[in-house]
Design a protein around this ligand. Structure first.
Ligand code: F6R
Length: 616
């Protein structure tokens, strides 16, 4: 949450920064602001609301030429989304401007200290204290901005990425990070810092990962990285393997539509190259020996939101294939309940961004208990995979729309591969069984394609139901997390009451919600799989229909029985039971997207949300 970008070079800093912010707006859009250095002065513009508001402001009040600057797009934590609280924040003497992503937990004490020293704070933010602390540290640091940043960081608690400029040093941008993302872009005669490579990929695909508690000083021709004590540190360069077009809308009206359409490719890419010549599954990086994985007695999946739903789907498969117990826990709950994990536990952290603070903190807690850790992640070089013993990357490509779509499908794929890997090293499945499942997985991109070719009925239904006040989703077995995911998509995009239930649980209370005409979307298990599941869901459909529900069944081709019981049937290809989430989720994504559009809402940037949630 919060997107930050800093630039130093020879181009117009304002253009580079505003373009970068456009790419980072998915991280927060409560306000936006920029600061540049011109003729020894700081020039700042900031505005509540989306980046477009800032652009209008700059249009009416132009900024001078400059080749050094910083910019910020905010997801509000401390202080409402107002002009006053928008970043950058400037020190009282007008010398330093700073932007921040994260939360400074000891800000109240620092604020009191500054107020006692006579500083008048201009905003309600935690960030502003940093601007004043930096300005106070500069004389003690003999004007060395990086040293002033290090001194300031040593006083801060919490999570932060900070970027600052000093009006007296026009060719310098200094940044620091603890627990929040920061990457450096390495150009020719220019350098960048940003929360995400998307901000500078137009200019360079050469980047540098910053580690925990590090400070970087960039000038047009140099990049110097130290730790908070000022000691030089080794950094890891990496190449960004996607280009600008991957992050553009590519002819679609919405990023979400583009990302839904990209799912067959994302699934295929996430499977590609995972199988060695001798048909063995391979992880991307692993310090966990196979012997250690053989000793595992329990698997715990930690994740949030959509990623947690992917984990819930994977539980069914991993337990079935490995006979290991799998627990799936919301990362935000995990470390606060004294979970039982130890050296024999494999903890799998699933995260698209690799920066979700709840997941990161849960991962660290698991590591501290001695657990083996494995990350499933879509963002190379992000913190969660970096801190895990083993990694399996999903190759979904950049996911810009705030509502997760292609990440979900690829997370299921990756978690299934982890399950099969465990089955392989533990010998809980025959090799030909594993190969059979890999073949099924290989056929999934074309099955998802088939779903995408036939979305019109579900779109028409979404438009028809756009004025509903509530939609319920029912599923059994792997269809249950799919129901939860369908409801989450609808809540976050259409701002509508939506809930997912295990279909069998309905009669224990939630059935009271059913009234005349309420839409109930049912994910129907394959009659060819465990047919008892199919029979049971038919009973559950009858229960809600008898009470007036309008039933929409998501059912496989060839399931003729269901037509008799449902008001509408949305067809999906017939696939094995454990593969069904990969096809059944897609119509639910389309449904939510279309319904939000019909309700006139901003699909790619729903209210109150941010793509990367870097606060707990
Ligand atoms: C929902 C959504 C969120 C994320 C969650 C975890 O559409 O996008 O629920 O899934 O915030 O994010 P990552 O996967 O980045 O850890």
């Amino acid at each position: 949450m919060c997107g930050i970008v800093g630039y130093v070079g020879s181009k117009q800093a304002l253009d580079v920064i505003v373009n970068g912010l456009r790419r980072l707006e998915y991280r927060g859009y409560d306000s936006a602001g920029v600061a540049i250095i011109s003729d020894g002065a700081l020039v700042v513009r900031k505005k509540a609301g989306k980046l477009a508001n800032l652009e209008t402001l700059i249009g009416s009040d132009p900024m001078p030429d400059s080749t050094t600057g910083i910019g910020h797009t905010r997801w509000a934590t401390h202080g409402g989304p107002t002009d006053r609280n928008a970043h950058p924040h400037v020190s009282e003497d007008g010398r330093v401007a700073v932007i921040h992503n994260g939360i400074i937990e000891n800000f109240a004490g620092l604020r009191a200290e500054l107020t006692a020293a006579g500083v008048v704070l201009a905003s309600e933010t935690d960030t502003e204290v940093v601007a004043h602390l930096l300005a106070h540290s500069l004389p003690e640091a003999d004007g060395d901005l990086a040293e002033a940043m290090r001194r300031t960081c040593r006083r801060l608690e919490g999570a932060f990425t900070l970027v600052c400029i000093d009006r007296t040093q026009p060719d310098l941008v200094v940044a620091a990070r603890r627990n929040s993302p920061l990457v450096v872009g390495l150009g020719e005669g220019e350098n960048f810092v940003a929360s995400d490579v998307a901000a500078f990929v137009d200019h360079t695909r050469s980047a540098l990962e910053l580690g925990q508690d590090q400070v970087v000083a960039i000038r047009p021709d140099s990049v110097v990285v130290t730790d908070f004590a000022g000691e030089p540190v080794e950094t890891r360069p990496f190449h960004v393997d996607w280009d600008t077009s991957a992050a553009e809308k590519g002819g679609y009206d919405l990023y979400m539509l583009k990302e839904i359409a990209e799912q067959p490719r994302a699934v295929a890419d996430s499977l590609r190259g995972r199988i060695s010549k001798d048909h063995r599954i391979q992880l991307d990086a692993s310090e966990a020996e196979d012997a250690a994985l053989r000793a595992v007695t329990k698997v715990v999946v930690i994740a949030c939101g959509t990623a947690a739903h992917a984990g819930m789907v994977a539980k069914y498969a991993i337990e079935h294939w490995t006979r290991l117990p799998v627990e799936v826990e919301l990362a935000s709950e995990f470390r606060y309940r004294d979970p039982i994990v130890g050296p024999d536990t494999l903890v799998i952290a699933i995260s698209q961004s690799g920066e979700t603070m709840d997941t990161l903190m849960a991962l660290r807690h698991a590591k501290a208990q001695g657990a083996k850790t494995l990350a499933i992640c879509n963002t190379v070089g992000s913190t969660i995979p970096r801190e895990s013993d083993a990694v399996l990357y999903t190759y979904a490509g950049p996911e810009i729309s705030v509502a997760s779509t292609k990440a979900f499908l690829t997370q299921i794929i990756a978690a299934y591969l982890v399950g099969l890997y465990l089955a392989q090293v533990r010998g809980s499945m025959f090799e030909d069984e594993i190969r059979g499942i890999l073949e099924e997985l290989d056929s999934m991109p074309s099955k998802v394609d088939l779903v995408l070719d036939t979305t019109e009925p579900v779109r028409a239904l979404a438009r028809e139901l756009a004025s509903s006040t509530s939609v319920l989703f029912l599923g059994r077995h792997v269809g249950f997390p799919v129901a939860l995911e369908g409801a989450l998509k609808l809540k976050e995009l259409a701002y509508m009451h939506a809930e997912g239930f295990a279909a069998g649980e309905l009669k224990h209370g939630p059935i009271a919600l059913i009234e005349e005409g309420v839409p109930v979307i049912v994910i129907v298990p394959s009659p060819r799989g465990r047919s008892v599941l199919h029979d049971k869901i038919v009973s559950n459909i009858q229960e809600v229909r008898a009470r007036g529900a309008r039933v929409i069944a998501i059912a496989e081709e060839g399931d003729e029985v269901i037509a008799e019981f449902a008001d509408h049937v949305i067809r999906i290809p017939a696939v094995p039971t454990l593969m069904q989430p990969l096809v059944a989720t897609v119509p639910l994504q389309v449904f939510a997207c279309e319904m939000a559009t019909a309700r006139g809402l901003d699909v790619d940037q729903p209210r109150n949300l941010a793509k990367s949630v870097t606060v707990e």
